[in-house]
Design a protein around this ligand. Structure first.
Ligand SMILES: NC(=O)CC[C@H](N)C(=O)O
Length: 222
């Protein structure tokens, strides 16, 4: 399984995401945002966390217009897998690949701490390594993690079982406690918490690792 991890100026979780994927068994290519094409044979794209372009304009808005994002969008539109973490989630909403927007945290402060995450669906390559209803602990680190979506899209997300994770104790004001959502075809996931930062014993727990190992397992056998 060959994964690409996109690097923007200001990305700071690109190496963490690459290491988590590699430890799960993926081959990883780092791809600079000014590139226009994915390396040949990429079956999975990771859009990492960080502060792309200094979070100017809106978090993710400038990155979403980087040359590489045309290729990310066409990969997704062809049915490819795309995974955005934190700033990556913000970028994916800015590209329109995922509905909604990430607003300033309700308390207007940057929050960096481990949070409880409930797995709302096990029906995706990302969440299939967990049980529906399972609670895992994964850190957040953001100032714009307050997920917002209009009532119609919220009803669709819920009706189509596309809420991947919710917070057990909502830290940022997100509507319906939402921490991560899936695209209509369930192949694009965006989530604010960082599973790549809870993926081995040295991190404190390894509860994020099952996400990466399930992705790799599923794509190797696809
Ligand atoms: N860790 C991150 O990716 C942070 C995302 C973004 N810079 C924010 O603070 O909201």
């Amino acid at each position: 399984m060959h994964a690409a991890v996109i690097v923007f100026p200001g990305s700071n979780c690109d190496r963490d995401l690459a290491v988590a994927l590699e430890r799960a068994g993926a081959r990883v290519s780092m791809v600079w945002h000014k590139d226009t094409e994915m390396p040949a044979g990429v079956d999975f794209i990771g859009v990492p966390g960080g502060f792309s372009f200094g979070d100017y304009l809106r978090c993710g808005a400038i990155a979403a217009n980087s040359p590489i994002c045309r290729s990310v969008i066409s990969h997704a539109n062809k049915g490819g897998y795309v995974f955005g973490v934190c700033n990556g989630f913000q970028i994916l909403t800015e590209t329109g690949l995922l509905p909604g927007a990430l607003l300033r945290n309700a308390a207007l402060k940057y929050i960096c701490k481990p949070v409880g995450l409930k797995v709302e669906t096990a029906d995706s390559i990302y969440t299939g390594g967990y049980d529906k209803g399972q609670v895992i602990t994964v850190p957040i680190a953001h100032h714009d993690g307050n997920y917002n979506v209009d009532a119609d899209n919220l009803a669709r997300l819920k009706g189509e079982d596309r809420v991947a994770f919710t917070y057990t104790d909502n830290p940022n004001g997100s509507v319906a406690d939402i921490a991560g959502v899936l695209s209509e075809n369930r192949r694009v996931l965006g989530m604010m918490p960082h599973p790549e930062r809870m993926a081995e014993a040295l991190h404190g727990n390894a509860e994020g690792a099952a996400l990466f190992s399930h992705v790799v397992e599923q794509l190797v056998h696809a």
